[in-house]
Write a protein that binds this ligand. Structure first.
Ligand code: GDD
Ligand code: MN
Length: 394
């Protein structure tokens, strides 16, 4: 696998041209509003009435796709009773969840522009024209934002909910400068979605972030809005959802940074391995074992620890391979790395006698760790059999 982004990339210029064409085609684009729902029957009457205003008063060519995970709370009866042809209800029974529901909606939408929002009236439908206009003005992605000037959240957001939202936003920093990438209220062109449809893999709530990254939306415009707390029903954002977010961020890293993401994980595991090594050494010496034995045991324990973590995280794309083969391959790669470390350090101190030994050793370490990583990446945990889809789900 090459270093760098792991994707079949359309050249940015082509994508840019495409976007330019899109925004020039129609001055008044048709809009598909995709709303994932689970037990939102109580909120639908008011939501649909407000969306209808955009059609009747605002003259918008708007269709609504309700992606319901078989709520059985009267949602179906209500929509069928409405008899509005612009409201399309999808009852989903497989692959449930907000992310997959939105993805299904993206695929079924007919509009030039797709808007995604919540059903619980947290997101004001009246902001939709501003989101659509931002795309018309040449932006790739319009994001309803709570954290830009003019945006706000309900006052009674507790400390932990605010902290949670801030930490999650920080984790998304490597992917976008947007102030509110966690927002579930956004708009983008349907053509941009189609281009990334094959690699969308939302495992949690942050479908907007997934789309910004995978549809390669560089020009993100944030539109301020006031996030109201839901009036009826319950939030489905659980702790498990937040753990899923961390996994999602890791996947996006691997997607966006390819082998560089593997190197970052390899180095993080290595740093943990140093701690394990020193802790083991200290423990064994405390038990009165000899220094030579303790050093050897600490090396063995930290190597085993690093192997397990690297197999599980750094090279998780290859975790279907034989453990025994990978283990011996790993030991081989580490030994080669150690030999290189030794020779480079000795070579440096011979070549530059005035260099302090620590610097020579540091040079050795860099060469050793680098070789160790490359052997593991390209020989021990081979990636050539992993398809893009397999890599997308690591
Ligand atoms: N189809 C389907 N399946 N829809 C779901 C599911 C599901 O499993 N779980 C939730 N939804 C729908 C809800 O019915 C609602 O319309 C929307 O997805 C958001 O769910 P909430 O339960 O209201 O989430 P939240 O208010 O805690 O989170 C919102 O705010 C976050 C930022 O604070 C969402 O907008 C998130 O996307 C956003 O990140
Ligand atoms: Mn909500």
């Amino acid at each position: 696998m090459p270093f760098g982004p792991n994707r079949d990339k359309e050249p940015t210029t082509r994508q840019g041209d495409q976007h330019e064409r899109d925004s020039q085609i129609k001055a008044v684009p048709s809009v598909s509003v995709v709303i994932p729902t689970y037990r939102e029957a109580e909120n639908l009457p008011s939501l649909i009435a407000r969306l209808k205003e955009l059609r009747t008063v605002g003259g918008m060519d708007l269709e609504l796709l309700i992606m319901d995970d078989d709520s059985r709370d009267g949602t179906r009866e209500f929509i069928e009773g409405l008899g509005e042809e612009w409201v399309r209800l999808f009852i989903r029974t497989s692959e449930r969840g907000l992310g997959p529901a939105v993805c299904d909606g993206l695929k079924s939408a007919h509009g030039d522009v797709i808007v995604v929002m919540d059903a619980d009236l947290s997101h004001p439908p009246e902001c939709i024209p501003a989101l659509v206009e931002a795309l018309g003005a040449g932006h790739d992605f319009a994001l309803g934002s709570r954290y830009v000037e003019g945006g706000s959240t309900a006052k009674d957001w507790g400390f932990f909910r605010r902290l949670n939202s801030r930490v999650a936003t920080l984790l998304a920093k490597p992917f976008t400068d947007a102030k509110d990438p966690m927002s579930g209220f956004f708009a983008l062109r349907r053509s941009a979605c189609e281009q990334a449809a094959h690699c969308l893999n939302p495992i949690g709530y942050k479908i907007g972030l997934e789309l910004i990254v995978k549809c390669e939306c560089e020009r993100v415009k944030e539109i301020p809005f006031h996030f109201c707390d839901r009036k009826a029903g319950e939030s489905k954002l659980t702790l498990a959802e937040q753990a899923r977010y961390v996994r999602h961020i890791r996947r996006l890293f691997i997607y966006k940074y390819g082998a560089w993401a593997n190197l970052a994980q390899f180095l993080a595991v290595g740093a943990l391995g140093v701690i394990v090594n020193l802790a083991t050494l200290t423990l064994l010496m405390d038990f009165g074992l000899g220094i030579k034995f303790s050093i050897a045991a600490a090396i063995a324990v930290s190597m085993a620890f690093n192997f397990v973590l690297n197999r599980r995280f750094t090279f998780s794309h290859a975790r279907n391979g034989s453990v025994t083969k990978q283990f011996f391959g790993y030991i081989g790669a580490c030994s080669l790395g150690a030999l290189l470390n030794y020779f480079v350090a000795c070579g440096l101190s011979r070549q530059f006698p005035s260099l302090c030994p620590q610097l020579a050793a540091a040079g050795g370490i860099i060469a050793g760790v680098g070789a160790n990583f490359l052997f593991n990446q390209f020989a021990v945990f081979k990636t050539e059999k992993a398809t893009e889809e397999e890599r997308a789900v690591v």
